[in-house]
Design a binder for this molecule. Structure first.
Ligand code: HEC
Ligand code: HEC
Length: 220
């Protein structure tokens, strides 16, 4: 039997797709989910210290996009858990934290604190905003993209060996931060080179924005 119509690659891949979700999501991704639930109310969506509870606080929540840059991971750990308040207080004027910042010691385990720190680093150093919902992005990524870009996004999906291609490594900031959000979205919608398929008509605009946001967190 002869196959007359060659299906577009992206259509073939739909049938290979699975929707399973990683047991090891990227740290900044996991940190963002915690941030949204526990920190955003005070520190705001972008970390600027302008969350909806900020007005009610007698001390303004810190603008994390400027303060976090000069903090080491060790200090951030202490600030978040509240464990090191004694040590921190008095070392320099920046290190005096009031009780207005809650202590999270009993709430997060060490891995979750690391994840939060990873996301705070993203907030303070990424020149690109998260334009869509990365949680939606992750689901779509697992469904359509991991066959080539790999489970962890580093470009070693099963298809790479089968058809001998080298997809972009989304965990490498040098490969993604050179593009703005609009450019990444266009690559996804229109495809790139011979083997990066076009997804226009398959993935809707808001989901493409979620994918771009997920890729940003992968490379942090
Ligand atoms: C109830 C409001 C509130 C919530 C919720 C909150 N914070 Fe804060 N946070 C503050 C306030 C207020 C300050 C500033 C304290 C001061 O200057 O004395 C602060 C300061 C900080 C600082 C210190 C910034 C610096 O380097 O000087 C960090 C880091 C921080 N918060 C992280 C977090 C994280 C992570 C979460 C979520 C797990 C969180 N905060 C949740 C109110 C809040
Ligand atoms: C058939 C394999 C394959 C699939 C499936 C695939 N990609 Fe790609 N992708 C590639 C290859 C190969 C490249 C490198 C293209 C080039 O630069 O020649 C690439 C590059 C990219 C780039 C970088 C484009 C640029 O501007 O440099 C982005 C972003 C991207 N892919 C996102 C995705 C997303 C999101 C999905 C899932 C919706 C996806 N890819 C699915 C193979 C794939």
């Amino acid at each position: 039997m002869k196959i007359k119509n060659i299906l577009p690659l992206s259509t073939i891949l739909l049938s290979l797709a699975t929707a399973s979700v990683s047991a090891n999501p990227p740290l900044a991704y996991e940190g963002r989910a915690l941030y949204v639930s526990y920190c955003q109310l005070c520190h705001g969506v972008k970390g600027k210290g302008d969350g909806s509870l900020a007005k009610a606080m007698h001390i303004q929540p810190a603008d994390l996009t400027t303060t976090v840059r000069s903090r080491s991971d060790t200090i951030l750990k202490k600030i978040i858990t509240g464990e090191g308040k004694q040590t921190i207080t008095g070392r320099d004027r920046h290190n005096i934290l009031s009780d207005a910042m809650p202590e999270w010691n009993d709430i997060f385990n060490a891995e979750q604190v690391d994840a939060l720190i990873s996301f705070l680093r993203f907030l303070s150093r990424s020149k690109h905003q998260l334009m869509g919902d990365p949680e939606v992005g992750q689901q779509i990524y697992y469904k359509y993209c991991k066959v080539c870009h790999g489970e962890d996004g580093d470009g070693d999906g099963i298809m790479t060996k089968l058809i001998g291609i080298v997809p972009t490594d989304h965990t490498n900031p040098n490969e993604t931060s050179i593009y703005n959000n609009q450019q990444l979205a266009e690559s996804i919608l229109d495809g790139k080179g011979r083997f990066m398929p076009a997804w226009r008509g398959i993935i809707k605009q808001s989901d493409v924005e979620g994918l771009v946001s997920y890729i940003r967190l992968l490379s942090n």
